[in-house]
Design a protein around this ligand. Structure first.
Ligand code: MN
Length: 749
């Protein structure tokens, strides 16, 4: 089917635009033109594209020429036109930025580069949220609004020549046009461009529906022609009589917008009446309302269809009065009434602004066009100084957002500062939980790296990798934060339950009670209820978190008297009891010791007093409300604490390959030159990192050096001690243990 003629933008006819036509178009619109400059741009572009052809078989240069012409026709300025001529040289020819900059300067180069970059992203997934993100991404990627404008002209000409593309590309490009580019044109108020883009996309995407609608409307037009002429005549006469100076025009609404309306309202073309619209353009604001009165005097308005977009402009600052009335033959028609200025804005949108900009060095802040643009860009909050904005035309439409892609081309938006870890959680919770690293634009980067607009992010996972508390510092999105917290809480709760269960069981053994007997008793149920607990696990978790003591539970359930009847067995043979407990534990699940990793685990933490290392014998002490503190068996503090044997719990190392532990050493040396260097050298040689180092010299000619360093385990420590002791001048090395009870005062209270 041939492309319907009326679908074409009025000019140019498909074919070759000559360079001279662009020049005259610019001057026709009162644009400043430097023919020498534009000529050199044109020659440069022609030279670069000279061996290329389009799919239609035409020389490639026909495309940039058409794009440039569209821009001139839309009343954009010479710079935009130059960018239109050059817009494909970076993408499709061997030209590089430096050459372009040398030839035509930084401004033009920046713009061409911007257009090239936008073209790189392809919209892949079809859903509303994704489309909106994509539109925002395109608007945000362009630091200069002219980039968007050129991109739209580029897209429009590609749509005009789309029939030369293979069917599959035709559909993809049309869909992208409909879902991404037409809404952007709409947002910029460019009604004409939007309408052209939509109708062309409609034609290629749904050819049958298009053809049907097209012929039906043509038919209706033929039948209704006489009636339409009568309405027009009567309208003109009434306005003239009332002394209102106005231009009347008449048109069929856009095909795609009619099609959308039919679909939205679920009606058939035969039921469609108001596909006709009259437009009255007046010289003054008060005439718009006067004209409205005249329309309503002549024809009966349909209630509920009158809209005053003059008093309440649309978000893209469209202003007009709309009303729908019923003609003599009963056919409804729409009338739009607006001033010339409003009409210009309605048709051209942002382009209308260009005309005002030129030749006005100091626009006033009250200039309606500045207000217009400001609102148009939903920019009220960010604009500090509208004058700066206007002179540079630089925009940052979404200053708080960045857009990043999956390798499959899906785009997500993030708050600025978001990292690959945020990205992982955005795509999928599991991807976040097991995130082990990331590649951005193909390069491995640390997880803390902030994402940039247009980054392509690949998340690397490892099933054994799980969140840690540090991750909370790597993310900025609330989604990632809450997912990490959720995970940590679940983990912690599970561990608390495990610990609580052991403690409770231990207490039971002490009095020779059986778990079943206690938990089956009605007193137990009453107890749970009175504490607001629904099941045994909740009780365990409370005990594990130190909020409830096992003994108190038994006192309440079994009764104090009964407990005193069975005096608690003294804490003999702790080990034996523990083993027995582990053997007899009547329920499934992990019954082994609590495993201890390095840091960050609130329920089992390494005591600061003795800083145990993997490979050393350790023992766990249950503090009140702070989980389990893990000490070396020979730590003097824990020896003191464990007069309370029921607070002891068996623990075991669970070391991951890369975990490191801090150990502090106190080294006594002869005060010699180069001693510090020799020490640090020895320590680094063993593969340990030094966290801090402090030296104190004494009058005796000796010095004490305290060092905090990172070690993997006991073996690593032994190796380090051996190296340090071998240094001449080293007198003594001690592992520092804070002997005081300070660390545990709280735990004891
Ligand atoms: Mn192009």
């Amino acid at each position: 089917m041939p492309l319907a003629k009326s679908l074409r933008p009025p000019v140019p006819p498909p074919g070759v635009v000559r360079f001279e036509e662009i020049l005259s178009c610019l001057s026709e619109h009162g644009r400043a033109v430097d023919p020498g400059f534009l000529r050199s741009v044109y020659d440069f572009s022609s030279e670069m594209h000279k061996d290329q052809t389009r799919r239609s078989g035409e020389p490639y240069m026909t495309h940039p020429l058409n794009v440039a012409w569209l821009l001139a026709d839309l009343k954009f300025d010479q710079t935009c036109v130059a960018v239109g001529l050059l817009h494909d040289v970076l993408e499709d020819t061997l030209t590089d930025r430096e050459v372009l900059e040398k030839e035509f300067g930084a401004e033009v180069t920046e713009l061409v580069d911007g257009v090239t970059k936008i073209g790189r992203h392809e919209y892949v997934r079809r859903d509303e949220a994704q489309a909106e993100t994509f539109r925002k991404m395109i608007l945000a990627s362009a630091k200069d609004i002219r980039v968007i404008v050129v991109k739209l002209a580029d897209r429009l000409h590609n749509m005009e020549t789309l029939e030369h593309m293979p069917a599959e590309s035709r559909r993809r490009i049309s869909r992208e046009t409909l879902e991404i580019y037409a809404p952007i044109a709409h947002r910029l108020g460019m009604a004409r461009v939007k309408g052209d883009l939509e109708d062309l996309a409609f034609f290629h995407l749904y050819p049958h529906q298009f053809a049907e609608l097209y012929s039906k409307i043509a038919e209706k037009m033929k039948v209704g022609q006489a009636a339409t002429d009568r309405i027009r005549e009567r309208l003109a006469k009434s306005l003239e009589t009332a002394g209102i100076d106005a231009e009347i025009s008449f048109r069929v609404k856009r095909y795609y917008s009619i099609y959308e309306k039919l679909r939205r309202q679920g009606i058939d073309i035969s039921q469609l009446y108001d596909f006709l619209a009259f437009r009255i353009v007046t010289g003054s604001l008060k005439d718009t309302y006067a004209a409205l009165g005249i329309v309503h005097q002549n024809w009966r308005p349909i209630p509920g269809r009158f809209k005053d977009y003059i008093a309440m402009p649309k978000p893209n600052l469209y202003q007009s009065l709309h009303t729908t009335t019923v003609g003599d033959q009963g056919q409804p028609f729409e009338v739009q009434i607006r001033t010339r200025d409003m009409d210009l804005v309605a048709e051209e949108g942002i382009a209308a602004h260009w005309r005002y900009k030129e030749g006005k060095a100091e626009p006033l802040a009250s200039d309606p066009n500045i207000v217009w643009l400001r609102q148009l860009l939903e920019w009220q909050k960010e604009v500090q100084d509208p004058r700066t904005f206007l002179t540079t035309l630089k925009v940052d439409l979404y200053p708080d957002e960045v857009y990043a892609f999956t390798p499959k081309g899906e785009v997500f938006s993030f708050p600025r500062g978001a990292t690959p870890l945020d990205f992982a959680y955005r795509v999928h919770t599991d991807l976040g939980h097991h995130c082990a690293g990331s590649r951005v634009n193909g390069k491995l980067v640390p997880l803390r790296t902030p994402l940039q607009n247009g980054d392509m992010v690949e998340v690397l996972t490892n099933s054994s990798r799980t969140p840690s508390r540090d991750w909370l510092n790597l993310v900025v999105t609330s989604r990632a934060k809450s997912k990490i917290r959720q995970w940590l809480n679940t983990q912690q709760k599970q561990r608390a339950m495990e610990i609580g269960r052991r403690l409770f069981d231990k207490e039971l053994r002490k009095y020779g009670l059986s778990l079943r007997k206690v938990t089956d008793s009605s007193d137990f149920a009453v107890y749970l209820q009175s504490e607001g607990l629904s099941k045994l696990e909740d009780l365990y978790s409370r005990i594990g978190f130190g909020k409830t003591e096992s003994r108190h539970v038994l006192e309440r359930v079994v009764g104090q008297e009964k407990l005193s009847e069975t005096p608690e067995k003294p804490g003999r043979l702790r080990q034996a009891v523990n083993t027995a407990v582990n053997k007899i534990l009547p329920f499934g699940g992990a019954t082994g010791p609590i495993t201890v990793k390095g840091h960050g685990d609130l329920l089992a933490y390494l005591a600061k007093c003795c800083n145990p290392l993997p490979g050393e014998e350790i023992v766990g002490y249950i503090t009140r409300g702070r989980g389990v503190s893990v000490h070396r068996v020979d730590c003097p503090n824990v020896q003191n604490l464990l007069y309370n044997p029921e607070r002891e719990i068996e623990v075991r190392w669970d070391q991951q390959k890369n975990d490191v532990y801090q150990v502090s050493l106190l080294i006594e040396v002869e005060d010699q030159q180069g001693m510090l260097a020799r020490l640090t050298d020895a320590i680094t040689r063993t593969g340990s990192n030094i966290n801090s180092m402090e030296a104190d010299t004494h009058e005796t000619g000796r010095a004490s050096i305290s060092i905090v360093c990172q070690l993997r385990d006991r073996k690593h420590l032994d190796k380090l001690l051996k190296e340090v002791r071998a240094i001449a001048g080293v007198l003594r090395v001690n592992r520092r243990t804070s002997g005081g009870v300070g660390t545990h005062l709280e735990a004891l209270s």
